[in-house]
Ligand binder design. Structure first.
Ligand code: HEM
Length: 571
């Protein structure tokens, strides 16, 4: 054969080696050490070539797959209305200058209730504004946006509650929901007297000095509520409670920032400071869990001795234990069910999520009530009446304070603590009721600021604060009350309507991944405000804020800086 003729060996090696080992090397004598070396060299270079070809093949197929994915995304997204992508980087530059809810508001005005926005060549955002379509989307898109799952994992480790994939969290969600229901059915107070006492004491001390910053107080109230809910009564006497609160709040500030890097930024010192905070939180959580476990054991033993009833531990212990006691009880089952879960990740995740969002809701409530003294007075009357009646029939329930609960709903409607619901369907495309195919991995958002005020279900006054919209009078249930004045004379009893099933009301999400803490948090916040309003009137601090209309300052930007004043009712 002509040695210059390209053999398969030449083809195999040519792109990577300057010259392949000539075939004559094989003909050399095997006993000759030089020829053996050449043979070995020949063998090694063939192996290397094969490896490089394989890598090239894998890399190309990977790139082709990505290209196919982007191509499919483009094909499906083509039919969704929205502005065309101005460049390779989509509209991401737009979001550097304007905030996303504002951009979405103008896009919905122009393109209708389903709108697409390209954030990059393979990053599609689909925003949905119509109530029925939002419900449809929240049922069909069962996964969280990967970015959120990543933020939780980076801060607290792998949890089985806040992961991206629905299948990974389903079992744990069900267990937590069952524990929370059990806690509510227990019938005991959600906010133990000790916890309520420490909040009141804080308010009393701060009031003596003047005004209180709304945000600081609401975070403290949320933290106390969540602490007693998760860890039980022993939480309020815990030495490190203040340290825990500060650490949790510091993590909140950077939570999303560090997860927004595609490659974890190990080279940044700020990242290591953040990791240090997360480690500290873990250490503190472990300490509290041990304490909570020990006090739970004591309580359980005492309870067993008293009642000799081992069948119903939860009900008899009441609010003394938190939902952690359930976790401790089911530790074996938990390990068996969730082997890959990082220790304490769920507890930290629930504390973080609960404190952050409950704090937002409480802050919003304080500001609304301070701006609406008439509503505040009516709630006071309701609370006093409920207190008197409860001493008669021995029961206490949020059914007896419907205006207070309606105020919670209305505050959450107008300024939801989680204003942009985000979902995704990681593996499958799905069909919206309106006919659009939503491609897998698209980021789906429901802008609650638009949905909660624009939807026809709220009528003409959708953007006005009116808690009476959630109440019907017992005389005529279909008639929704309009405002405080018309109730002054007749003082009817109200029935609270649950807006979750009929109206465009999603402050706690909806569907397969809706918040499992909704009911308990509403009861807890109602209990907090019921004690607070019974003793104090809430007012805005005298100054420029006091003259501004509630609708003007109640926005996310201004709410945190608001200062409020508490005056005792009997003064
Ligand atoms: C005012 C307080 C709270 C608000 C506004 C709130 C709101 C939300 C929202 C909007 C979601 C996402 C729902 C969705 O995507 O459809 C969510 C998820 C969740 N919430 Fe809450 N939440 C609050 C308090 C709590 C509390 C106190 C707990 C637990 C005790 C809790 C447990 C959860 C869990 C476990 C999830 C994740 C569900 C999942 O990803 O599968 N939440 N919450």
């Amino acid at each position: 054969m002509d040695p210059s003729y390209p053999t398969p060996d030449h083809l195999l090696g040519s792109p990577f080696l300057r010259s392949s080992i000539p075939r004559r090397s094989r003909l050399l004598h095997l006993h000759d050490p030089n020829s053996r070396l050449l043979l070995l060299h020949d063998y090694a270079s063939r192996e290397l070539n094969a490896f490089l070809w394989l890598s090239l093949f894998l890399l190309t197929s990977l790139l082709l797959r990505q290209l196919l994915r982007v191509f499919r995304l483009w094909i499906h997204a083509r039919l969704i209305p929205g502005p065309p992508s101005p460049s390779f980087f989509g509209h991401s530059h737009l979001l550097r200058h304007r905030n996303l809810p504002d951009v979405l508001a103008s896009l919905h005005d122009k393109y209708g209730s389903v709108v697409k926005l390209w954030l990059g060549p393979a990053q599609l955002l689909v925003s949905i504004k119509d109530r029925e379509l939002v419900r449809d989307m929240l049922f069909k898109a069962e996964d969280k946006v990967p970015h959120v799952g990543r933020a939780f994992q980076l801060a607290f480790g792998r949890s089985s509650l806040f992961m991206t994939s629905f299948h990974e969290v389903r079992k744990r969600r069900e267990l937590l929901a069952a524990e929370l229901n059990h806690r509510m059915r227990g019938g005991s107070d959600l906010v133990p007297d000790q916890v309520m006492g420490s909040i009141m004491e804080k308010i009393r001390l701060r009031s003596a000095k003047g005004s209180i910053r709304c945000k600081t107080l609401s975070h403290h109230m949320a933290f106390s509520l969540m602490g007693s809910l998760v860890f039980g009564e022993s939480f309020s006497g815990w030495l490190h409670a203040t340290e825990y609160e500060d650490t949790l709040m510091s993590i909140t500030n950077d939570f999303i920032f560090w997860a927004s890097f595609t490659v974890t930024p190990f080279w940044k010192s700020g990242f290591w400071r953040y990791q240090h905070l997360c480690k500290k939180l873990k250490w503190l959580t472990t300490d509290m869990i041990h304490q909570c476990g020990a006090s739970y054991e004591q309580l359980r033993d005492a309870d067993w001795k008293r009642s000799n009833d081992s069948g119903n531990i939860y009900g008899s212990l009441g609010s003394a234990h938190g939902i952690m006691a359930g976790e401790l009880l089911f530790e074996d089952a938990k390990r068996h069910l969730f082997p890959s879960e990082a220790p304490c990740a769920n507890v930290m995740g629930v504390m973080f999520h609960g404190c952050l969002l409950t704090g937002g809701l409480i802050c919003n409530m304080l500001a609304r009530l301070a701006a609406e003294p008439e509503v505040q007075d009516q709630i006071y009357e309701e609370i006093v009446m409920a207190r008197n009646n409860s001493s008669e029939d021995g029961s206490s329930s949020i059914d007896k304070i419907p205006l207070l609960v309606a105020t919670i709903y209305e505050s959450a409607r107008l300024l939801p603590a989680w204003p942009l619901l985000q979902r995704s369907s990681v593996y499958n495309n799905f069909l919206l009721k309106s006919g659009e195919v939503i491609p897998a991995r698209a980021v789906l958002v429901a802008p609650l600021n638009l949905i909660h005020s624009d939807d026809p279900s709220w009528g003409d006054d959708g953007s006005v604060f009116n808690p009476y919209r959630f109440l019907s009078s017992t005389s005529n249930e279909s008639e929704h009350l309009k405002g405080p004045k018309e109730n002054c004379e007749k003082k009817p009893s109200y029935i609270l309507r649950d807006p979750n099933y009929t109206e465009a009301f999603f402050p706690f999400g909806y569907g397969t991944r809706a918040c499992v803490g909704q009911k308990i948090v509403i009861r807890g916040v109602a209990a907090l405000f019921s004690s607070l309003l019974e003793q104090y009137k809430i007012k805005l601090r005298q100054g420029p804020e006091a003259n501004v209309k509630a609708s003007e300052y109640l926005t996310w930007e201004l709410l945190p800086s608001l200062e409020i004043v508490f005056t005792e009712r009997n003064n």
